[in-house]
Design a protein around this ligand. Sequence first.
Ligand code: CUA
Length: 370
Amino acid sequence: MLSHSKREENELDRRANPWWKPAPPKRLRWRPLLSFAASMVVIAGLVHPALGNPAQVTNLLQPLSQPAQEIKELSLLVLAICAVIFLIVVGLLVYAVVRFRHRPGDEASEPPQIYGSNQIETAWTVLPILIVFVLILVTSRTIADIQNRKAAPGAVQATVVGHQWWWEIRYPELGIVTANELHVPASDGNRRQPTFLKLQSADVAHSFWVPQLAGKTDVIPGRENAMWFEPTQPGTYLGNCAEYCGMQHARMLIRVIVHPPGEFERWVAEQKRAAAEEPSAQAGRKLFFANSCVSCHAIRGTSAQGAFGPDLTHLMSRETLASGAAPNTPEGLRAWVRDPQKLKVGCLMPNLQMSDVEVDQIVSYLQTLK
Ligand code: CUA
């Protein structure tokens, strides 16, 4: 009560001032608004082509696998509920702003001050509680659905280990070790073949995310997380490390290659073979084993047993190098072997200061690892 009359007193004091006059009604200033909108359009136009090949951009709104499909449906439901709330709130706000805007002649009067309405307060307490309750129920049902899925006997099982800055991929039951490109079978109506992953970290926290297949799962040192997916459409699915993990976090890319039914078995058979021995690449082979390459890389069937870097047994079966930093072409390999730091600054593979001839020899040996 006191503060109310105090405010009125202040208002009267202010008006007693000889220089006081009511503020002119504010006009909406269109020009800055229009130029802001125009610059947004220009920026969007510049950014969009910079995103590159649209086919390479992963879109979590185009899921091609469970559980990504289920996650998308839940997200759309949450989005729809929030959109309705947003429209109601903004609608009421705009209505109030327009309907009760300042008009000439309003200076002397104040709108009626209304405090408290039991009906309105009950409504805006109970409704949000109901909405939140619905959201909790549908979300926890989806989470339980995804987490409780158990690997059926015979399902593909792989262990993915996050390293700075690449992914080690092991299939313990198949005896295969590879890197950065996870191969899995597609499911179809006749044969359901989900893939179950165990996620581990060799160093810091990473996060495994292939948006079209499944949600993100963190990869945490000293802990094993699990996830699964069941793609139905063969193809290559791109993903990223989704947890900042150091300098080359942005070049810690994932490729999931989904094979049509039957072809996955062929890939497995090829990966199970020991490394090829080609007499033509003896010089490079010798160089590889004489250098410190062997202390970090493994090549099955040889004395190279390093576990610090990617397994190279079937290096040439991979599409990319350095966790997606470069295409796996002879030029890419040469650039990578000559100076890994140039291609991927800060990566843990050192520059071995090899001559051009040595680089060529090593690369021709690596190219025999098919
Ligand atoms: Cu690994 Cu970010």
